[in-house]
Design a protein around this ligand. Structure first.
Ligand code: AMP
Ligand code: MG
Length: 379
């Protein structure tokens, strides 16, 4: 049985980045930028006023000066300004040629056509061309997922289209004779397939496109056929049928479908029956049937792999040390993953484990904010 760390490495080693496509900036939200974007222009493009006030020459201040003109945002004062005058200026307006400081209007005393301005250092209240970004500087690095801030920056730089890594198209199938779709009222003995929805939404959250292939029966031939029919996708996630029950045919079905198995069982709880294999370039993830086990295995192995496939630089969730309250007994051997509510207490983060830790129980989702990892060798 592999350790969690060895399993994660084995998966990462096989994942290849997908191809690149051009998309309009308007469609680029949550996509991963393929390559560094260098600024083709300075930001701001020209020196402009940061405030409403009066533009003047710092060296002439303090002084009472005639106000000989006005420039608002969007206007340009073409003529250089002669010495000994001030210009009324509004926020965002280009600095008139020759002037180097802006006194905010609250500090100016206006008397008819004259204004009295206090001393003001060169560059005060002036936004310098290029002070944000210089032409040629890397504005957004490749591998960054684009969200509001990045999209705003790229728009300011005039990008209409960007190169992003293709979104992983992920086939999703669950397995079990007992499973019924969530829209069906279960008959005695039937269990509602909750994992399809849960995992589909986890795929979407990382920028992937899930397609649901339905529920496979516990029969190796139809399971193999369903797996094989999904090889035109970038990745396959299938759940269930991987323990050692009489009806667990996943292993033979995977082999029959031409999947080369690299991992079969990982030293973790929940989630031990995790399998991973490849068919050519297509990774096939086998998740345990129990929904909590699928959730944890997805978080630990599938999410990082799909992010890596999608070109993202950051593939791991943030991790912080926490203090676990309440006793928890665990033998050495497997890493344990406990769902918990984490609260701050001064400098410490305190993890309160949810009382319902059963791997088939879903009610923990209310109030839990973290999965707590207890390392394999911890007791
Ligand atoms: P298995 O891995 O097939 O042995 O399934 C383990 C347990 O998880 C069994 O109780 C199954 O009924 C249950 N289970 C399997 N697949 C799902 C699913 N998609 N949604 C909810 N429960 C499931
Ligand atoms: Mg089963």
């Amino acid at each position: 049985m592999q350790s969690v760390e060895a399993a994660a490495k084995a998966v990462a080693a096989r994942i290849e980045r997908l191809a690149v496509e051009r998309v309009p900036l308007a469609d680029a939200r949550s996509r991963v930028l393929a390559d560094d974007i260098q600024a083709a222009r300075a930001l701001p493009i020209f020196d402009n006023s940061a405030m409403d006030g009066y533009a003047a020459r710092s060296a002439e201040l303090p002084a009472t000066l005639p106000v000989v003109g006005m420039v608002a945002a969007g206007q340009v004062m073409a003529e250089p300004v002669p010495p000994g005058v001030a210009i009324r200026i509004l926020t965002g307006a280009p600095m008139p040629v020759g002037l180097d400081t802006v006194v905010i209007q609250e500090d100016a005393k206006v008397d008819g056509h004259n204004v009295t301005l206090p001393a003001s250092p060169v560059g005060d209240n002036v936004r310098r061309a290029g002070e944000d970004i210089m032409p040629g500087e890397v504005a957004v690095t490749g591998g960054t997922r684009l969200f509001a801030g990045e999209l705003g920056l790229l728009a300011a730089l005039g990008l209409v289209e960007v190169s992003v890594v293709k979104a992983p198209r992920v086939a999703l199938t669950t397995t079990g004779d007992e499973l019924v779709d969530h829209a069906t009222t279960p008959l005695p003995g039937q269990i509602v397939d909750s994992s399809a929805h849960m995992l589909g939404s986890m795929v979407k959250a990382l920028g992937g496109e899930p397609s649901y292939f339905g529920i496979a029966k516990d029969d190796p031939i139809s399971l193999a056929a369903m797996i094989a029919s999904a090889f035109d996708h970038d990745a396959i996630i299938r759940t269930g049928g991987v323990s050692v029950g009489d009806r667990d045919h996943a292993r033979s079905a995977l082999t029959a479908a031409g999947v080369e198995l690299e991992l079969w069982k990982v030293a973790m709880k929940p989630g031990k029956p995790f399998s991973f294999g490849m068919n050519g370039r297509v990774p096939v993830f086998g998740l345990p049937g129990n929904p909590v086990s699928s959730f944890v295995v997805f978080e630990l192995f599938v999410r990082p792999a799909l992010l890596q496939m999608g070109g993202a630089k950051v593939t791991q969730r943030p991790r912080v040390p926490v203090q676990l309250v309440r006793g928890y007994r665990k033998p050495a051997g497997r890493a344990h993953y406990i769902r918990a509510r984490v609260v701050r207490n001064g400098a410490h983060l305190i993890a309160h484990p949810h009382p319902k830790q059963g791997s088939a129980m879903l009610s923990w989702v209310m109030g839990c904010s973290a999965v707590v990892e207890l390392p394999a060798d911890a007791t």
